[in-house]
Design a protein around this ligand. Structure first.
Ligand code: MN
Length: 190
């Protein structure tokens, strides 16, 4: 199939001042679009053209000959998921997700600290995640394009810590970006 850039679940100005329209113009309009375009070019006239994005990721993960397809497919998935995890009214979760976090991490504060630490200690480019592992919530970080989909894990939240995600709004201050994400923008998925 030919993949297309998914629609953003918010207006580009809606997340200001925490994430600017300028950042989204580049991050969504250029970076994400480029991953979509590259993936379409790479899978054209191959068996991958008949597969879903998740299937492509799972069939190419860890295979040196398919690094280019994996990187672009995983980045398409990761970004599409990241946009779902952003909301102008986001922040600390409520209801069932808050209860699960309190049960599996001890407290929301403990989870916040662990997630932030994963995001800050991801050396270079990558992602921090809240996932379900063996029936329990867990924090993980992935490098470059790597994604929970490649590890058969369900994700509930992610933050992109590639510099392109925050440099225009926060310059080198990744910690400020991650703290703002967790307190103002984070929108937990079911
Ligand atoms: Mn990105």
């Amino acid at each position: 199939m030919t993949f297309t850039l998914p629609k953003l679940p918010f207006d580009k100005k809606e997340l200001e001042p925490y994430m600017s329209e300028n950042t989204l113009n580049f991050h969504y309009g250029k970076h994400h679009q480029t991953y979509v375009d590259n993936l379409n070019k790479l899978i054209e006239n191959t068996p991958f053209a008949q597969m879903s994005l998740e299937e492509i990721i799972q069939k190419t993960a860890g295979k040196a000959e398919y690094t280019g397809i994996f990187n672009n497919a995983a980045q398409v998935w990761n970004h599409s998921f990241f946009w779902q995890c952003l909301n102008a009214k986001g922040g600390k979760p409520q209801g069932e997700m808050l209860s699960r976090i309190e049960k599996d991490f001890g407290s929301y504060e403990k989870f916040h600290e662990e997630f932030k630490n994963a995001a800050l200690t991801q050396f270079g480019s990558g992602w921090a995640w809240l996932v379900e592992k063996d029936g329990k919530l867990a924090v993980m970080k992935t490098a470059n394009a790597d994604t929970p989909i490649a590890h058969n894990l369900k994700a509930f939240l992610t933050v992109d810590v590639w510099e392109h995600a925050y440099y225009l709004d926060y310059q080198n201050k990744r910690a400020d970006f991650v703290e703002t994400f967790l307190t103002k923008l984070a929108y937990y998925q079911k």
